[in-house]
Design a protein around this ligand. Sequence first.
Ligand code: MN
Ligand code: MN
Length: 365
Amino acid sequence: MNQRLHKLQAWMKENGIEVSFITSSENVYYLSGFFSNPHERLLALAVFQEEEPFLVCPGMEVHDVKSSGWNQEIIGYSDIDNPWELVHTSINNRISTVRTVAIEKEHMNVERYERLTSLFPNAAFTSAEEKMRKLRMIKDAKELKIIEEACALADFAIEVGCSEIKEGRTELDVLNAVEYALKKKGVTEMSFSTMVLTGANAASPHGNPGTTKIQKGDLVLFDLGVVVDRYCSDITRTVAYGDINDKQKEIYDTVLKGQLAAIEASKPGVTAAVIDLTARRIISEAGYGEYFPHRLGHGLGISVHEYPSMTETNQLIIEEGMVYTIEPGIYVPGVAGVRIEDDVFITTDGAKVLTKFPKELQIIR
Ligand code: MN
Ligand code: MN
């Protein structure tokens, strides 16, 4: 069995958990190597302290599970089977008493929870999420290599985006060109809906790209990520189309200063809070504190948002092997929106920056 499953089993033993019933695609993938989006159908991995784990999936996916490398029991069900009965039997075949079941409370829905409670009426339910987040937070060399590839494609996407900024082009025109270029390179999935925002639209941290035309003197904000082998990258660059005014320039320089300082502050042993506050203080001292309304960043991996959460109150100690984003922003309504985001990997020496597109203000002519 793989190391990840062993770590989960050790945690189950320590905490007296007989069954972990994992149902999110991301965690099933992390533990089993099999990824699927089963939509409304049941996908689950049942893990026990000692007994063989089993994976339950739609019958039509059994072949894919085998080719993914999962070599333990697979329970495939048809659309007319009741998968819950199969789950019940398979668990009872392994263990006689189920006192505590770990589930993903944030992921499981009420309907499934009710089914599980009726199958195991005397069991207590506890959360597996915190443990799974901690396991996933530290990346191994193989994961890092994949994320680096995803980051290189994100850099390429920004490069394409910059070359597509031209008179008369809309946000969506540029967005389409970026994604088209990525698809030609074999990319099948983005980490989230690509953002190309210009002018006043960029002053909303989560704006929606539309038919606004990019105009000379505007800042253009790209926020995008590429998925490679299930792992996400996430980059933001803000560039100028033609000459911008002093206020826009001042905002850009402030964000960049904060971003660089937070990268510099990133190393094992410091808290997430200290890193967030490093950027936040610089932005506040420049008078823009109220215009930086979100956390500094977030962990990155199979999910585009995972642990660690880089907030000004998170006392979590940064460790070697973590991957997270550093993405301060300043959004002044009606004036400008600037965000600069890199993905970093923590080594003994500090942060290795994985996204490499230049950060000195790019002026597109
Ligand atoms: Mn982003
Ligand atoms: Mn991000």
